[in-house]
Ligand binder design. Structure first.
Ligand code: 13P
Length: 251
């Protein structure tokens, strides 16, 4: 049985005091719950250190939203894996469609970041997903296959234990238009099968594949009940403690 992982991607939201406020509410809302899933929050870089102090000895684990693959040096504006580790991060989101589309990140760059994150002991949450245009022109599987294959290049079967894949159809992100549980399940099963072909059935069986894209309290349970959906990567609905907690409880 795969343990579900519910992660909240805060994106570019919440200054320091807003972050403190949200984390405090999450901690008190989750403190007496017996959870069936792991919980990860991914605040902006500027709140990570404080988030780490607040979340210490609670069920909440910490992730970042991006990093660069170099160790250090003249890379203005970038953050290294080691820096993320030093403020208590366990996870890092890589290859998010907003990074791919707005910031022009390509598969090869994402692959370098994933490799560096793994080498540094971070757990990548590796995002893949097709655009509306790609879905409508019938190339969803082709796109996912390219993203998965290129993103996982030179990553060993052992390292796969520490990777989460997040399927986030771009057309479902921030649009209120969720993939139906069947649409999502179809792509999740396709991803698992790709990983089976790239590695082995035991690697594929262990892989946690999250769904992301307009996950809300009222659709989370059905999505999370699908065979190959092992968690959620939540955007908008993780910015309110009540709705994030309700999604966590539906797992
Ligand atoms: P929304 O939940 O706001 O659609 O965002 C999903 C997402 O991009 C999480 O990484």
């Amino acid at each position: 049985m795969r343990r579900k992982v519910i992660a909240g991607n805060w994106k570019m939201n919440n200054n320091l005091s807003e972050s403190q406020n949200l984390i405090t509410k999450l901690i008190s809302g989750l403190s007496n719950e017996k959870l069936n899933s792991d919980v990860v929050i991914c605040p902006p870089f500027t709140s990570l250190s404080e988030a780490s102090s607040l979340a210490k000895n609670t069920v909440i684990k910490l992730g970042a939203q991006n990093m660069y693959f170099e160790e250090n040096g003249a890379f203005t504006g970038e953050i290294s894996a080691e820096m993320l580790k030093s403020v208590g991060c366990e996870y890092v989101i890589l290859g998010h469609s907003e990074r791919r589309i707005i910031f022009g990140e390509l598969d090869q760059l994402i692959n370098k970041k994933i490799k560096k994150a793994l080498q540094s002991g971070l757990k990548p949450i590796f995002c893949v997903g097709e655009t509306l245009e790609e879905r409508e022109s019938g190339v969803t599987e082709e796109v996912i296959k390219r993203q998965v294959t290129e993103g996982l290049k030179e990553i060993s079967a052992n390292e796969m234990d520490r990777i989460i894949v997040a399927y986030e159809p771009v057309w479902a992100i921030g649009t209120g238009k969720t993939a139906t549980p069947q649409q999502a399940e179809e792509v999740h099963a396709f991803i698992r099968n790709l990983v089976l072909n790239l590695y082995s059935s035991s690697v594929a069986e262990k892989l946690v594949i999250q769904y992301g894209g307009s996950v809300k309290p009222d659709n989370a349970a059905e999505l999370l009940s699908q065979n190959d959906i092992d968690g959620a990567l939540v955007g908008g609905a993780c910015l309110k403690a009540d709705s994030f907690i309700s999604i966590i409880k539906s797992a």
